[in-house]
Ligand binder design. Structure first.
Ligand code: SF4
Length: 351
């Protein structure tokens, strides 16, 4: 089963295409001082290495917007400048070469928006309208009493309309909420009202474990519905983990073509080999691998041979501490469990 993807309209953030049937892209955001170019680039390198497609960098000061110039020069992936409150930071960031600016119209104001749109048009870059439950415009908040689904959607539609009225159509939209159900409903409603690319995320999703689950439910539900074009897991943790979560969400939905999928059983009293250790070790080995492979690791013959038939490489317990290894369902040998990692690593190299 394949998921139909995203918006019909397409925009470009640097060399990355968004919407219009393009692959879903994974984003994260640096948390260094942007003025500290060296540390910021180090973080971007790590994100690039893990398969991040687009990086966002905040520009709270003039120095930060100007530092962007060197950061963009050294980054291999497109850079989005994150702007709040002062439209001048957006203009400086665009001048520095930002591939997109993310703004929250709720805290920029109309005059500032016009300036930003003019500059984005002149430099042929897109804008992301980032509506957030924490900063919906006051009049909309007064109308709905709280930043609920309708308030988020109304703000996003209104701000899209404002850009269209300025004859600007090169944008994507997000309506993030820290409440998973609010976020899901808001994006579902919004996707019926506008056809611009949507950036998905559960904002302020918390620490690693709850943040992973909230992001997976929120982003995953929408992607499964065919809604969404770019994603970010926003966790109180490392940006490496954000990229890993984003990629894992795509992998789980069959939306990532160049990654290894490990299928491993939960183990039980029938388990004959150390499934947990072997699968964790394989996960580590395959983390940076850009290959489209399924590897199954199961503890016994109950489901082992069946899963091995569906995977490129299959491992299952044959007797205590001894495993059968298969390639595309055909047995290639029986090995002591201590040999499994070496055997599988060699097989991976052959694919
Ligand atoms: S595959 Fe075998 S060892 Fe693994 S959980 Fe199922 S029955 Fe238990």
């Amino acid at each position: 089963m394949r998921i139909t993807m995203g918006s019909k309209k397409q925009i470009n953030v640097g060399q990355v295409k968004i919407g219009g049937g393009a692959p879903i892209s994974v984003q994260t955001m640096t948390n260094t001082n942007t003025e500290d170019i060296k540390s910021t680039i180090e973080q971007i390198r790590k994100a690039e290495g893990l398969g991040c497609d687009i990086i966002r960098v905040s520009c709270p000061t003039k120095e930060a917007s100007l530092a962007l110039k060197e950061i963009i020069k050294q980054s291999k992936i497109p850079v989005i400048a994150d702007i709040h409150f002062n439209y001048k930071r957006a203009l400086e960031a665009i001048e520095s070469g930002a591939h997109c600016v993310r703004i929250n119209p709720g805290n920029i104001g109309e005059a500032g928006m016009k300036e930003i749109v003019k500059s984005a048009r002149d430099h042929n870059i897109p804008i992301r309208i980032g509506v957030n439950s924490g900063s919906v415009e006051k009049d909309i908040l007064n109308k709905f009493g709280e930043p609920n689904v309708d308030a988020l959607v109304e703000s996003a539609v209104l701000n899209s309309k404002k850009l269209e009225d300025l004859d600007f159509f090169n944008f994507k939209v997000s309506v993030k909420s820290s409440n998973v159900l609010t976020m899901i409903s808001a994006y579902r409603k919004l996707s019926k009202k506008i056809d611009y690319p949507l950036h998905l995320g559960v904002t302020e999703a918390g620490t690693l474990f709850p943040g992973t689950i909230k992001s997976s439910i929120g982003i995953g539900s929408l992607l499964a519905d065919g809604i969404g074009d770019t994603i970010r897991a926003s966790i109180s943790g490392s940006i490496e983990d954000e990229v890993k979560i984003g990629r894992q969400i795509l992998k789980s939905l069959g939306l990532l073509n160049n990654s290894v999928n490990i299928i491993s059983c939960p183990t039980c009293s029938r388990t004959l080999i150390n499934v947990i250790e072997i699968s964790n070790e394989l996960e580590k080995i395959c983390e940076d691998l850009r290959k489209n492979l399924n590897i199954s690791v199961l503890g016994c013959v109950v489901n082992g041979p069946g899963e091995a038939r569906e995977a490129e490489i299959g491992v299952f317990g044959f007797k205590p501490k001894v495993a059968t290894v298969c390639v595309r369902g055909s047995e290639i040998g029986i090995f002591d469990e201590s040999e499994v990692i070496r055997i599988v690593r060699n097989l991976i190299n052959e694919f």
